[in-house]
Design a protein around this ligand. Structure first.
Ligand code: TMP
Ligand code: MG
Length: 212
């Protein structure tokens, strides 16, 4: 595909267990991009605003039940429905910062009994591949002590431990593990400098496809 003269945008994903500060760091990075005049867009998965996202939201709040395979596919479909927007933004030079992505999809489903990572990855195979993934690492006991842990489905200590184990299996060279227990400004500085170093390298390269 044609890349604009200023190059494409970069695709950044934030991942990790619940209550690790992903949303805060996402927002801080988006604000940094804005204040430095970079074009940027912010996505969160699940995107609870779409029709698919509304069923996921109801499931997460425990207002409805869904079969485990079925909800896995809904989470994936919720990413695929955003792909036309994401690829268009990236191609036109806008960077996209995502709060959770396919790695969450795999980690949370594979943490359930009777699921394997290979099966879980398949529906997300071919999605735009993030140029970098920041994994905000936090011990379950520290996450649990943070505000409002325990309000939604999956926010239980034993399950989060299982999720963390799957994440470990998914880590690749494009991941940066960030110690999430530190001061949020310190974390932001680290993330910012990593992104700045990466930017020029990826600007004129093609976006890859995930797990292909
Ligand atoms: P959130 O708290 O970041 O909004 O995410 C909601 C929950 O959904 C969180 O516990 C992680 C889980 N999740 C999945 O199970 N599969 C997915 O594909 C995604 C994106 C999130
Ligand atoms: Mg949550």
């Amino acid at each position: 595909s044609l890349l604009s003269r200023k190059g494409r945008g970069i695709l950044v994903a934030f991942e990790g267990c619940d209550r690790g500060g992903k949303s805060t760091q996402c927002k801080m990075l988006v604000d940094y991009f804005k204040t430095t005049g970079r074009d940027v867009a912010h996505f969160s998965f699940p995107d609870r605003t779409t029709i698919i996202g509304q069923s996921i939201d109801s499931y997460l709040q425990g207002k409805s039940e869904l079969e485990d395979h079925a909800v896995h596919l809904l989470f994936s479909a919720n990413r695929w429905e955003a792909v036309p927007k994401i690829t268009q933004l990236i191609e036109r030079g806008t960077s996209v910062i995502m709060d959770r992505y396919a790695f969450s999809g795999v980690a949370f489903t594979a943490a359930k009994k009777g699921f394997d990572v290979t099966w879980c990855k398949y529906p997300d195979r071919g999605l735009p591949c993030p140029d970098i993934v920041f994994y905000l690492e936090i011990a379950t006991k520290d996450a649990m002590s943070r505000a409002s842990f325990g309000n939604e489905r999956y926010e239980k200590a034993e399950f989060q431990e299982r999720v963390a184990k799957v994440y470990k299996e998914l880590k690749s060279d494009d991941w940066r593990v960030v110690d999430a227990l530190r001061d949020m400004n310190e974390i932001h500085e680290e993330i910012k400098s990593t992104v700045i170093k990466l930017e020029d390298n990826v600007k004129y390269s093609e976006l890859k496809n995930l797990w292909t």
